[in-house]
Design a protein around this ligand. Sequence first.
Ligand code: 2U9
Length: 337
Amino acid sequence: MGLDEIGPLRERALSLIRAAKDLAALEAVRVEWLGRKAGRITALLKSIPTVAADERARFGQAVNELKSAVADHLAARLAALEAAVPRGPMADVTMPGHRPPLGRLHPITRATREMVEIFGRLGFEVVEGLEVEDEWHNFVGLNIPPEHPARDPLDNYYLKDRVLLRTQTSTVQVRVMENRKPPVRIIAPGRVYRPDTVDASHSNMFHQLEGLWVEQGVTFADLKGILAMFARAFFGPQVRTRFQPSYFPFTEPSAEMYVSCLLCGGDGCPACKRKGWMEILGCGMVDPNVFEAVGYDPQEVTGFAFGMGIDRQAMLKYAIHDIRLFFENDVRFLRQF
Ligand code: 2U9
């Protein structure tokens, strides 16, 4: 190739670069001219040593100038094509971000935590136990005899002989007393299971919070004081409390505690069936037979116990009319708490 051919070559290369319509076409031009293996200018550069000695310097200079010119034009065209690539509208960095949906506590969890907090201030420690229990801890240790209707196999979820889903969290208190000496001042929140027909006020799984205080000299006055304080802390300082005699196999004497109606304040309304009072829990002095079953001396210690449905308290407090709402996982309901 002679010197005089370099000028036309340059024109040809630059016109191809100008004509390249997109990045791919431009890259094809680059490969054709400057490609490391078979580029046309690359071949010229390699041929420099074969040129006659008196021509070599000028030829080399011309080829190198050609190479720089082509490289410069390629770079300029590349920048122009890239600038022209259509991009979306610029992000508006002043716009507020997307807030991720926040979870919240389930109303049962909220009610449980509030109860735990109140009893914590009153000196009660939280204990948890097993949901699968044996008959001894669910019935025998609680002074519930074999012929008691609560032991009917049809009223319990038996998993196998003498093993069942607990029907009350009292099993936890029985286990604590078996393993610790008095004093004992505990609450046991947790799930319990009964094969009830499900309706607006019954679920076959619900939640209980039970409590137990055993020590020398604990009296029914302590029971009344602690439970009245709980009711005012949980439902509000305006509530009044009333105790009415009742019967449970594991307490003697036993009572049910009522609070003045949370809706009408005691005047009587449909929510309290015009009575002015709502029953919220059962309680009593621990039966001596329960103490003997766990190895405590009923001559030495006395104690009181109580039990309440957490679901029921949450329904009263948050004015929820159907227990099934707690377990349907409908976020339209859950979002309200
Ligand atoms: C021990 C001894 C006694 C716990 C008690 C009740 C009364 C009671 C019910 C309320 C509504 C259960 O959720 S509910 O269906 N509970 O009325 N529970 S006294 O008595 C105990 C507990 C443990 C060792």
